[in-house]
Design a protein around this ligand. Structure first.
Ligand SMILES: Nc1ncnc2c1ncn2[C@@H]1O[C@H](COP(=O)(O)OP(=O)(O)OP(=O)(O)O)[C@@H](O)[C@H]1O
Length: 750
């Protein structure tokens, strides 16, 4: 037993020794720019000072400028093995450009197109830095990698785990929205690498006793321009003030900041600005095909629906401007069943669900409706289409959104919907080297009419629609670029109608801000349409004008934006950092601005088309086109609909009650049968020599074919019901069925 122990100890010592040699060589490279081939591998020099950050003398990194493979770089064996096992062999452009600099301790400002491999460009130097300084558990936090969103932090953590699998460092994912902050507090001081969002990191800095980052070696900001912008300003300043100035800082983004102010905030020292695609003809990936379609605001959902129906075998990522928009479109489209799985992700969702949905989206062909929470950094696999239903707030936001497709070597396509008043965005994109051309879209199927019927049937959808309406207008109102976004140019009544709303919600924030200004109508640039216009839409002149409904709205639109989302006072993440302010619901006397006769009970076929009786409304339309509906009629119709729905509801409830009773009876019998079978197995003489009736029942029981419910499953079972002397549920009442069941039970067990 002793021998192997000695052997393994010896082996470990040898291994450590060779690692020391390796570190020595790497250090020598770092110091001189060349591996120190002349040094004696057996003479161990003292450990390098922990705080020292090696720097490659100018020009000497050029030795590695032309190398193509990771294996040719002076990396530790552990990192090289991790890379090889993760199937990374050849470097991408940004990795080739930045690694020689970052490996010798320089501050880096790295910029490259989306999907070009920036993550490895900072994960590798992090691992190498800690390895070379022989960082251990007792040294605490050596590196912080920050990301603006929790999902992205989770993804970076996975890459770190994969490439760093042979290293012995401890690493932790610190993001908000997860329980277990107390558990984190216990171990956060022992972690060597923190992958985090700014909010959660700050929370630990504020609350965790003895939380210490004073020995920090490397700070990484992924999506640096986003973390440096106003949304994170306070958090970032507070964090930076607690970090040592003497450290290496790596900033990466597809849309990198060059602001001197930003760089000064981070105390960068002679940073290397490495933008590998600056001379490229395009700012987006070469394999990305991009088109823009001009769609009137009130036809956006029709266009989106038509698009989805035409691309059922694709993985599609759809961007909308706010959580409420995402929720609404997801919920109503789900009810209309387009024929492809639908998912949604936004900042107001439970974190576990958010993460789960993002990973499911990579696995299955589906449509993911998302806010900008999914716009940066996320590496979904094989997204075929990115559809931007709501225009991004600027060119950078556009670049990140479309960057979710056409990643690394794969291709992809994107569509941008622009309302007629947003067409200036097209020129702005083209100015910034984005090869996008405008195209005509075809509306194959309209849904706005169906939505109004859905909203009658599901009142919660109506309030979702109202909120979606308000938050959309607010998003336009708060966007900075007024050349593109002008809320006064939007056709608000038509927009409300297109969401299925029977009346236009009151837009209070505009009333206050732009008193006197009236919202004008959009120029009509209707895309080519092969579909009938909404069949049950009544002409607007029949419906009266200028009347509104007030709805509960969030006071500050920014709260609606995921990127700046915040939660309750106990913030755990920047996404949850500012307390949400709500305005109390204020009901006012409603005047109704009806857009169309609201539907009756709706039945949909598999394709999401309405079946009669809704279709009758189209007849109603043709016969009433010329009739002016007064308010009384509308109210009367509402009352009728309510009554009708009550009746339907009653019927449904009764049916449901009956089903549940039957189910209970079935279960009771099943349990009983199980018990009997146990008794059979115990070999009771009485059971074996039972009466004919018992024999019949027992035969039926063995076949598992005693039914009392009407939902029995197959034809054969129905036949058996009769032969086994059991009951035909269609011909007896529930009470009779129950009585019979009891009788049967009693007869089986007198
Ligand atoms: N050297 C490499 N060899 C093969 N695949 C790579 C290499 N580097 C990165 N990749 C792959 O390329 C894809 C995109 O990488 P990554 O997520 O790092 O891009 P990015 O530049 O950070 O994109 P974004 O700007 O959207 O954040 C990932 O699937 C990653 O696994």
């Amino acid at each position: 037993m002793r021998r192997p122990q000695t052997k393994s100890k010896k082996f470990k010592l040898q291994k450590r020794h060779s690692e020391f040699q390796e570190i020595e060589l790497l250090e020598a490279w770092t110091e001189s720019g060349k591996p120190d081939s002349g040094s004696n591998p057996l003479s161990l020099s003292p450990l390098p000072e922990k705080s020292r950050i090696g720097r490659l003398p100018d020009g000497s990194f050029s030795r590695y400028a032309g190398v193509e493979k990771f294996s040719q770089l002076p990396l530790s064996k552990r990192t090289k093995d991790g890379l090889a096992e993760s199937k990374y062999e050849k470097m991408t452009e940004i990795q080739r450009a930045t690694l020689p600099h970052s490996l010798c301790g320089r501050d880096i400002l790295g910029a490259a197109k989306t999907g070009s491999g920036k993550t490895l460009a900072f994960i590798i130097p992090v691992l190498e830095k800690l390895y070379r300084t022989r960082w251990g558990p007792e040294d605490g936090v050596g590196c912080i990698i920050m990301s603006p969103t929790r999902e992205l932090a989770g993804q970076l953590f996975e890459v770190l785990k994969s490439v760093g699998r042979h290293h012995g460092f401890s690493a932790g994912l610190l993001i908000g929205g997860r329980k277990g902050v107390d558990t984190e507090k216990e171990s956060v001081n022992e972690l060597n690498i923190l992958v985090c969002t700014p909010g959660r990191l700050l929370q630990h800095m504020d609350e965790t006793p003895n939380f210490d980052c004073s020995q920090l070696q490397v700070l990484v900001l992924d999506e640096a321009d986003r973390i440096l912008d106003v949304g994170f300003k306070k958090e970032l300043n507070a964090i930076i003030s607690q970090l040592p100035k003497h450290r290496q800082t790596l900033l990466f983004s597809a849309t990198q900041t060059k602001s001197v102010q930003d760089l000064a905030r981070l105390s960068l020292k002679d940073p290397e600005y490495l933008s590998v695609h600056e001379q490229s003809a395009t700012a987006t990936p070469n394999r990305l095909q991009q088109i823009a379609i001009v769609v009137p605001l009130d036809q956006k959902l029709d266009m989106l629906w038509s698009f989805l129906k035409a691309h059922l075998n694709s993985r599609i990522l759809v961007f909308l401007s706010s959580c409420k928009q995402v929720k609404f479109v997801f919920e109503v489209f789900k009810k209309l069943r387009p024929g492809i799985p639908l998912r949604c992700v936004h900042g107001r969702m439970n974190q576990e669900r958010r993460m789960g949905i993002c990973s499911q989206f990579s696995e299955k062909l589906s449509v993911l409706f998302a806010t900008d929470v999914a716009s940066r950094g996320l590496d979904f696999k094989n997204v075929d289409w990115v559809v931007q239903v709501d225009c991004p707030e600027d060119v950078d936001a556009y670049i990140h959104r479309v960057g979710r497709t056409a990643r690394y070597l794969s291709g992809g396509r994107s569509v941008l919907f622009l309302t007629p008043s947003e067409t200036k965005m097209l020129a702005k994109l083209q100015e910034k080297k984005i090869p996008i051309r405008s195209n005509k879209g075809k509306i194959l199927q309209t849904v706005s009419g169906l939505l109004s019927a859905l909203l009658v049937k599901y009142p919660n959808l109506k309030s979702l629609a109202q909120r979606a309406f308000i938050t959309y207008l607010k998003s336009i109102h708060f966007h900075k670029d007024k050349e593109v976004f002008d809320v006064t140019k939007l056709p608000v009544d038509e927009f409300a109608a297109s969401l299925g709303l029977p009346m236009t919600p009151k837009i209070r924030f505009l009333k206050q801000k732009d008193k006197g200004k009236s919202l004008s109508k959009e120029p009509s640039l209707v895309p080519e349409s092969t579909a009938d216009k909404n069949l049950f839409e009544l002409p607007r002149e029949i419906l009266g004008t200028g009347t509104v409904e007030e709805v509960e709205v969030e006071k500050d639109f920014l709260l609606e934006k995921d990127s700046l989302l915040v939660g309750d006072g106990k913030s755990t993440d920047v996404e949850d950092a500012v307390p949400a302010t709500r305005v109390l619901k204020k009901k006012k006397k409603l005047k109704i601005n009806v857009h169309r006769p609201v539907g009756t009970r709706v039945v949909f076929d598999e394709e999401g088309n309405t079946l009669p009786p809704l279709a009758k409304l189209s007849d109603l339309k043709s016969s009433t086109d010329s009739i002016r509906l007064d308010k009384e009629k509308v109210n009367q119709r509402y009352a009728e609909l309510r009554e009708e729905m009550k009746m339907v509801d009653k019927e449904d409830k009764a049916l449901d009650r009956q089903r549940r009773k039957e189910k209970r009876m079935k279960e009771k019998l099943k349990r009983k049968r199980g018990k009997d079978e146990e008794d059979d197995a115990a070999g009771s003489e009485e059971d074996i020599s039972g009466s004919d009736r018992e024999a019949n029942t027992s035969r039926a029981r063995k076949k598992g074919k005693i039914y009392f419910g009407s939902d029995s499953d197959d034809g054969e079972s129905k036949k058996n019901k009769d032969t086994s002397g059991s009951v035909n549920a269609d011909t007896v009442t529930l009470a009779e069925q129950e009585a019979l069941a009891l009788k049967l039970l009693n007869s089986m067990h007198p």
